[in-house]
Design a protein around this ligand. Structure first.
Ligand SMILES: Cc1cc2nc3c(=O)[nH]c(=O)nc-3n(C[C@H](O)[C@H](O)[C@H](O)COP(=O)(O)O)c2cc1C
Length: 255
């Protein structure tokens, strides 16, 4: 079992996306899988020019950048993997532009004139199943507590799975990232006990991906739980006065 994680954080190896990918990888490795992390921020990934050279007979499925940047190398790694993890921070309520730029480049592996119906019944075109249809888990990382922050990205990954015939094996959503630091400071860790539970749920998720190629609903609930130390925060956070309190208390927890 070989897992390839694609880290779309613009902070590369220094961000929470990478930190959480490493928690997953630790669990997966412990359960016998091999894991590799591709840090897009360290690579040269040109944006698709929409030149459609890849769709012309003379250059069929060959991108103008094929030998000029690192996108083809990442696609080769995807083809060799059994399972993918797409990791992205939320930037402006959406995927990171780095991950999206890379995913756009998959277009050069698809024959768009060859129209087909996806397994979920969506009109699409030929895709390269060895690259696009891999089972995958998605990791979405955002600083805000609002679910509306990550809705776009979650919807994107669900649609990606449906268009690409790629089974989505777990949607990990980590909000409130400024609180994650708690585990590094014993005083904060006492005030934010759920952070440690989240880290251990990520390791468990990694083990499950390695063993069953899927994250169980129980582990997903633990990994995606609210870490703000207020009972029933998942419900209460939708109330305006509670949002106001969150704003007032943010400095206390992130200082
Ligand atoms: C340009 C930019 C836009 C952002 N937009 C949002 C946003 O819309 N919603 C949100 O919750 N967080 C937003 N954030 C915060 C990041 O999602 C958050 O800091 C996350 O932890 C970054 O991932 P990283 O730690 O891997 O770098 C934004 C950050 C940047 C740099």
């Amino acid at each position: 079992m070989h897992i390839l994680a694609i880290n779309g954080s613009h902070r590369g190896d220094r961000g929470w996306t990478r930190f959480l990918i490493d928690c997953l990888a630790r669990g997966a490795t412990e359960a016998g899988a091999t894991c590799e992390v591709v840090t897009l921020a360290k690579l040269k990934i040109n944006r698709c020019l929409s030149c459609y050279q890849c769709q012309q007979d003379a250059h069929h499925l060959h991108c103008v950048y094929e030998d000029k940047d690192d996108a083809a190398g990442v696609m080769a790694k995807m083809a060799a993997a059994d399972l993918l993890i797409y990791g992205t921070p939320i930037y402006m309520m959406s995927l990171s532009s780095l991950l999206k730029t890379f995913l756009d480049r998959l277009y050069s592996t698809m024959h768009i004139a060859d129209m087909q119906l996806s397994e979920s019944g969506l009109v699409h075109h030929h895709i390269n199943p060895a690259i696009s249809s891999k089972p995958f888990a998605a990791l979405i990382v955002s600083s805000n507590i609002e679910d509306a922050s990550w809705h776009n990205a979650a919807h994107y990954f669900r649609l990606y799975g449906r268009f690409m015939n790629a089974p989505l094996r777990g949607l990990l959503i980590r909000n409130a990232t400024p609180l994650l630091d708690a585990a590094r400071d014993p005083d904060k860790a006492k005030r934010l006990p759920k952070v440690a539970q989240v880290y251990s749920a990520y390791e468990q998720a990694g083990r499950e991906l390695a063993r069953e190629q899927a994250i169980s609903p129980f582990t997903l609930r633990r990994a995606n739980q609210e870490i703000v130390p207020v009972p029933l925060f998942g419900l209460l956070k939708h109330l305006r006065p509670v949002k106001q309190l969150v704003i007032e208390n943010t400095a206390k927890y992130t200082a």
